[in-house]
Write a protein that binds this ligand. Structure first.
Ligand SMILES: Cc1cc2nc3c(=O)[nH]c(=O)nc-3n(C[C@H](O)[C@H](O)[C@H](O)COP(=O)(O)OP(=O)(O)OC[C@H]3O[C@@H](n4cnc5c(N)ncnc54)[C@H](O)[C@@H]3O)c2cc1C
Length: 426
């Protein structure tokens, strides 16, 4: 039986582990944290949103972003301090503008494909994760934003998504608790929400039942490959000892750290950490519970997404900050989300609000990197940016198939040079 390592126990690493275990591989997952899903897969927006598949590499989005740079409470913030990685990444991001339509269509297609796997795994493995299948409502306050959404709809429907226009009255009927000025909206009944952390922990347990092994508090420091085996050196947090284990292959699912790990094996996976924040509003009483929405919302102007996580929790997430590997929770970034909650849901109690910040592992084309590396035995399933929860069940299946084709679980690894089509899969 082939032995595969997975680096990272976030949503991408755990779904990859599950896909590989199902295909008959012996899988070992390394994570530097004490538990699964403690980094970006901890408290995100919760949306399983094919309707949010639009990539940001578009001139009007970039112009809006530039205007926002001068507003302190704007959803976008760029630290102007010179930093080579940030500016070179942004240059590559701009170079992706011609691929905007293609990548939006492909993201929507992947997001739809992911649903089937994510839901069937949850059912098979009995995972409870506060799933709400009441759809996602995009809300717009002015005609300009609404007209842009109408253009995006054409691309989403090319990707196979059904999303329909709704009037302000219809929006109120879909989510009666919604308040504030509304111009119009788009509703996607097939989208849903759920708690990424609960799901990842549940799937991790399922992987363990299937024989996978998780090594926590273990920071992977060095990857070596001799063409047939991959050696992993890792430091154990408790003892400080460095240990080594050897595998037939490795899948790198290390979120924002995939970039430095990939460089060790001669690949370039140009991930930039794009910071976002969430607040989890605790709903302590019947009034708050009734006044918070159950239908998931996406306010395109404020760049805010919401999800209802059971009776007692309401999650609000958003903002994009280009400020390197920085996890600081800033009060001036959290306050606009609390104010947004008060404006649209005035009867929701905001006394107990739990703030969080996470770093989206973002590629310049905003598409995940899924496929093989330059050297044999190296695979990637990483760089899912703003849509890791939405896409990872599909990309885990894709990388599972690629590993099966290049390194069958029960046969020896005699493939030698990897074929060009698979190389292009990345
Ligand atoms: C505010 C916010 C809101 C979001 N909302 C949504 C949403 O509504 N819908 C959606 O689809 N997506 C959303 N996302 C994006 C989504 O959360 C991410 O794309 C996803 O969680 C990334 O998962 P990951 O497995 O790639 O990374 P992570 O969850 O960060 O996992 C990477 C893991 O690798 C481990 N690791 C890294 N380096 C090493 C090493 N050297 N050794 C050992 N372990 C290592 C880390 O400890 C970590 O556990 C949001 C993100 C943010 C920040």
């Amino acid at each position: 039986m082939k032995n595969i390592a997975v680096i990272g126990a976030g949503i991408t690493g755990v779904t990859t582990c599950y896909a590989l275990s199902k295909r008959g591989y012996k899988v070992t997952v390394f994570d530097k944290n004490r538990y699964a899903a403690m980094q970006t897969s901890f408290a995100n927006g919760g949306q399983l949103s094919a309707s949010n598949a639009e990539v940001w590499t578009q001139m009007s989005t970039i112009m809006k972003g530039l205007k926002w740079m001068f507003r302190k409470d704007a959803p976008l913030l760029v630290n102007p301090r010179p930093q080579w990685h940030k500016y070179s990444w942004m240059t590559e991001f701009l170079a992706q503008i011609p691929n905007y339509e293609k990548n939006t269509v492909e993201s929507a297609r992947l997001a739809i494909a992911a649903r089937e796997h994510l839901f069937s795994w949850a059912q098979e493995e009995n995972i409870e994760f506060d799933l709400e299948t009441r759809g996602i409502l995009h809300i717009y306050q002015n005609q300009q934003d609404y007209d842009h959404a109408t253009k995006v709809n054409r691309l989403l429907s090319m990707g196979g998504l059904e999303r329909h226009a709704v009037s302000a009255d219809e929006m109120q009927a879909i989510e009666p608790s919604l308040r504030g000025d509304l111009y119009g909206g788009y509703f996607t009944p097939s989208d849903s929400t759920g708690d990424i952390h609960k799901y990842t922990r549940g799937l991790e347990k399922a992987c363990t039942r299937q024989g996978a092994h998780f090594i926590y508090d273990a920071t992977v420091q060095k990857l070596h490959t001799d063409g047939s085996q991959v050696r992993i050196d890792f430091a154990q947090a408790n003892s400080g000892d460095t240990q080594t284990e050897t595998f037939d292959g490795v899948v790198i699912c290390a979120g924002i750290e995939s970039r430095s790990l990939s460089a060790q094996v001669g690949d370039r996976v140009n991930i930039y950490p794009v910071k976002g924040y969430s607040i989890t509003v605790e709903l302590p009483d019947a009034v708050s519970q009734q006044s918070a929405p159950w239908v998931s919302l996406l306010d395109d102007n404020a760049k805010i997404v919401t999800s209802r996580l059971g009776l007692r929790r309401f999650r609000i997430a958003g903002t994009a900050e280009f400020n390197g590997e920085n996890y600081d929770i800033r009060e001036d970034r959290i306050r606009p989300m609390v104010n947004w909650c008060r404006k649209h849901f005035p009867d929701v109690d905001t006394e107990h609000v739990v703030p969080w910040a996470g770093l989206r592992p973002m590629m310049p084309n905003m598409m995940p990197r899924v496929g093989i590396g330059k050297l044999p035995g190296i695979y990637y399933n990483t760089g899912h940016g703003h849509l890791g929860w939405t896409l990872s069940a599909a990309t885990a299946e894709i990388v599972g198939d690629i590993v099966s084709q290049t390194m069958p679980a029960e046969l020896d690894n005699s493939l030698g040079t990897l074929s060009e089509p698979l190389r292009r899969a990345s």
